[in-house]
Design a protein around this ligand. Structure first.
Ligand SMILES: Nc1ncnc2c1ncn2[C@@H]1O[C@H](COP(=O)(O)OP(=O)(O)OP(=O)(O)O)[C@@H](O)[C@H]1O
Ligand SMILES: [Mg+2]
Length: 320
């Protein structure tokens, strides 16, 4: 049985689409970022997903996360992962107040709205799983007390693609929890020169003002969930997933969870186009950033085969 949901009126959809454009434009005024990357970030925000950023040092990852938080008038926190970072450093801890003879919960950085987790693969597996658990549950339990995380809540976790020494690569099950993987990469020469010029008068991110509120984002997230998806569309997603599982280049194909995430992302993307229903086009637009990073390739497959597997699935599975 499908739950009864209030459909999203076209004007409502368009209003949320305008919100996403406004946020995106505000971020782009301070950070050089490809339109596609920015779109994928907006999709994750509206679809309540988390984002894995695989990138080199100094390409604007921190700037991007900060710019997003400032644009939506939300709290930002950054966690630098190291091997001795403890789960309590991330989620928070109970401290004993001697005078009052009671415990008080001191929330950790995960209680911010936009949480940048730098070099997540440097954290110990225990800390990684603590963090990823609250990403999923959106609440934290410390000594039997449960604390709800802030809303909106978006984790951006970074991984350096070249440095592996002293790291604990994220297990597949953890990678699977991220809705999308994005990378900023180097800006074009023109954009980079423009960035140098901009920076002469200071870092724009630090003076960026909000163009939306947390409540606006929550309303858009709620509407994104109510975007319609037909049964044939859901069936299309499942057939795409199965195609990745059957591909000989792949040891482990896309999980059922990735199908849920792909559907949610497609709905948010449809809303960003001002539509009240999702189409195969929306699924196809998000198939790469949502599916490719979680495929486990057969040992003999080249590293970039994941992208080819997704492309081939999209090309060969009939849409409706
Ligand atoms: N694409 C970009 N657009 C605008 N500013 C940028 C960009 N890339 C880098 N910068 C500027 O360069 C400096 C370093 O960027 P930032 O700290 O965001 O990089 P990072 O990817 O987080 O680096 P690290 O890997 O060391 O954490 C900042 O002052 C930032 O404003
Ligand atoms: Mg940084």
């Amino acid at each position: 049985m499908e739950p009864e949901q209030t459909p999203v009126a076209p004007q409502e959809s368009e209003a949320h689409a305008a919100l996403a454009r406004r946020i995106g434009a505000n971020i782009a005024s301070a950070v050089q970022v490809r339109t596609e990357t920015l779109t994928h970030l907006m999709v994750a925000l509206l679809a309540e997903g988390h984002v894995l950023i695989e990138d080199y040092p100094g390409v604007g990852k921190t700037a991007l996360a900060r710019a997003l938080a400032r644009s939506i008038d939300c709290q930002f926190a950054r966690v630098q992962c190291t091997s001795d970072l403890l789960p309590a450093d991330v989620v928070g801890t109970n401290v004993y107040l001697q005078r009052e003879q009671r415990f008080e919960f001191r929330p950790g950085p995960v209680f911010a709205n936009v949480v940048l987790v730098d070099e997540i693969n440097r954290a110990s597996p225990k800390t990684q799983s603590g963090l990823l658990e609250c990403m999923q549950e959106r609440r934290v339990t410390v000594d039997v007390h449960t604390h709800e995380l802030a809303r909106p809540f978006l984790v951006l976790a970074t991984q350096n693609p070249i440095e592996y020494e002293g790291t604990y690569p994220l297990p597949e099950a953890q990678v699977d929890r991220f809705m999308t993987k994005i990378s900023l990469g180097y800006p074009s020469r023109g954009a980079e020169a423009g960035m140098l010029a901009d920076h002469e008068s200071g870092d724009r991110v630090l003076t960026l003002g909000p163009v939306a509120t947390a409540a606006d984002v929550l309303a858009a997230q709620d509407a994104a969930k109510r975007i319609r998806a037909s049964e044939p569309l859901r069936d299309y997603i499942v057939r795409l997933l199965w195609r990745t599982r059957e591909d000989p280049r792949v040891d482990l194909g896309a999980s059922p969870r990735s199908g849920l995430l792909l559907l949610r992302a497609a709905k948010a993307f449809a809303m960003m186009q001002g539509r009240d229903h999702a189409l195969p086009d929306d699924v196809q637009a998000l198939a790469h950033p949502v599916l490719a990073h979680r495929l486990v390739l057969a040992p003999e497959s080249p590293r970039r085969a994941a992208a080819d597997v997704v492309s081939d699935a999209v090309a060969s599975v009939r849409a409706l």
